[in-house]
Design a protein around this ligand. Structure first.
Ligand code: P6P
Length: 337
C-alpha cells in the first residue's frame, strides 16, 4: 500500500461499533460479536455473488421455499452461510429466515442466549441470473422478559412489533457491496473493501432527503392497485407534481438503498393477487422501516406505522410505503387503507 493509503483512516464496522459503544457503556460486546457474525456471512455471500458468473451456482435448484418461489442456488448458499456464521456466536437463541418454514432454535430459553436474528438471506433472488443488484436484510430482537407462564416460548419471543428491534441493517450486492445498519443511534454506511476483506466506514448518520424526485412501484399492477394508489399514479405524472421519475429495479434492497440516499418513495401496495401486500413484515419491512425512520424517513402500511404492527405469523406480508416524509405523506393524501 502507498503511504497515502496507509495514512487514510480505516474505520471498520467493528471499530465503529466499539467507538460508539464507548458512548453507551450499557452496550455489551455481545452485540458487536453478533453483528460481526452477520457481516462475516455477508462477505462470504458477496464473494459468491461476484463469482456467480462462472461457478455452478446460478440457476434455480428446482425446489421451492416457503414462499413458493423458485429457489436460486445462491439463496441456499446465503441462507446456510448466515445460519452457520451465527450458529457459533453463542448469544443467538433463535433464527428466523425467509427461506425456512419454521424458526431455528439455537439455544433453549434458559441458556442465556438473548438475541433473535431474523433475515432475508438473499432478497431479489429472481434478479440473480441477470446480474441485477440483490441484497441481505437483517433484524435483531431480544428475547422478551415479560412473558406470562404458559406463553409460547418461541413464537411469543419472535412476534414482537418492529419498534422492539434493537438493530437492523441490509447489505446490497451491487457495483460495490455496501452495508447500512442502525442500533437506534443513526444509520451508518460501509463499503466492503475487497483488497482488505473488511467493511470501511463510508458515511455516518445518513439522512434521507425530506422529499425526492423518484417514485418506485411496479406499474404493471396498476389496474390491481387500490383506487387511491391509481389516483396517486395519475397525479405523480402531472406538471403539478413537479417532474418525478420512475425507477423500479425489482430488488427491494436496491430500490430502498436508492430511496435512502436520494429520497423519494417506494411503494408495494396491496394488489388483487396479494391483498396483504407481497413484502414480509418481520425480515423485510420492519428492518427497512427502522433504517428509514432513523434516517428521518417514514414507513407505513397505508393504515399505520410499520414499526407498530403486531405480527401474527412468521412470514406475514404487509403493504409497504416507505421513503421521504413529504413523499409518503403525499401518497397518504390519495390513499389510506
Ligand atoms: P414484483 C423480489 O422477489 C421481491 O421480493 C423484492 O425484492 C422486490 O421489491 C419485489 O419482490 C418485486 O416484486 O411483484 O414487482 O416482481
Amino acid at each position: 500500500m502507498h503511504d497515502r493509503e496507509l495514512s487514510e483512516k480505516i474505520t471498520t464496522v467493528e471499530q465503529h461499533i466499539l467507538e460508539r459503544q464507548r458512548a453507551h457503556p450499557t452496550a455489551s460486546g455481545n452485540f458487536s460479536w453478533l453483528l460481526s457474525g452477520i457481516l462475516l456471512a455477508t462477505r462470504i455471500i458477496s464473494a459468491n455473488v461476484r463469482r456467480a458468473g462462472f461457478m455452478d451456482i446460478l440457476g434455480a435448484t428446482g425446489g421451492e421455499n416457503v414462499q413458493g418461489e423458485l429457489v436460486q442456488k445462491l439463496d441456499i448458499l446465503a441462507n446456510e452461510t448466515i445460519k452457520s456464521c451465527l450458529g457459533y456466536r453463542g448469544n443467538v437463541g433463535i433464527m428466523v429466515s425467509e427461506e425456512d418454514d419454521e424458526p431455528r432454535i439455537i439455544k433453549e430459553p434458559d441458556e442465556q442466549a438473548k438475541y433473535i436474528v431474523l433475515f432475508d438471506p438473499l432478497d431479489g433472488s429472481s434478479n440473480i441470473d441477470v446480474n441485477v443488484s440483490i441484497g441481505t436484510i437483517f433484524s435483531i430482537l431480544q428475547r422478551r422478559d415479560d412473558l406470562e407462564p404458559g406463553a409460547d416460548m418461541v413464537m411469543d419471543h419472535i412476534l414482537q412489533p418492529g419498534f422492539k428491534q434493537i438493530a437492523a441493517g441490509y447489505v446490497v450486492y451491487g457495483s460495490s457491496t455496501v452495508m447500512a445498519y442502525t442500533t437506534g443511534d443513526g444509520v451508518h454506511m460501509f463499503t466492503l473493501d475487497p483488497s482488505i476483506g473488511a467493511y470501511r466506514l463510508a458515511q455516518e448518520n445518513v439522512q434521507m432527503p425530506e422529499q425526492g424526485k423518484t417514485y418506485s412501484i411496479n406499474e404493471a399492477y396498476r389496474a390491481n392497485f387500490p383506487e387511491g394508489i391509481q389516483k396517486y399514479l395519475e397525479w405523480i405524472k402531472t406538471d403539478e407534481a413537479g417532474g418525478y421519475g420512475l425507477r423500479y429495479i425489482g430488488s427491494l434492497v436496491a430500490d430502498f438503498h436508492r430511496t435512502l440516499l436520494k429520497g423519494g418513495v417506494f411503494l408495494y401496495p396491496p394488489t388483487t393477487k396479494s391483498p396483504a401486500g407481497k413484502l414480509r413484515l418481520l425480515y423485510e419491512a420492519n428492518p427497512l422501516a427502522m433504517i428509514a425512520e432513523q434516517a428521518g424517513g417514514v414507513a407505513t402500511d397505508g393504515a399505520q406505522r410499520i414499526l407498530e404492527k403486531v405480527p401474527t405469523s412468521l412470514h406475514e406480508r404487509t403493504p409497504l410505503i416507505i421513503g421521504s416524509k413529504n413523499d409518503v405523506k403525499r401518497v397518504a393524501s390519495f390513499w389510506k387503507r
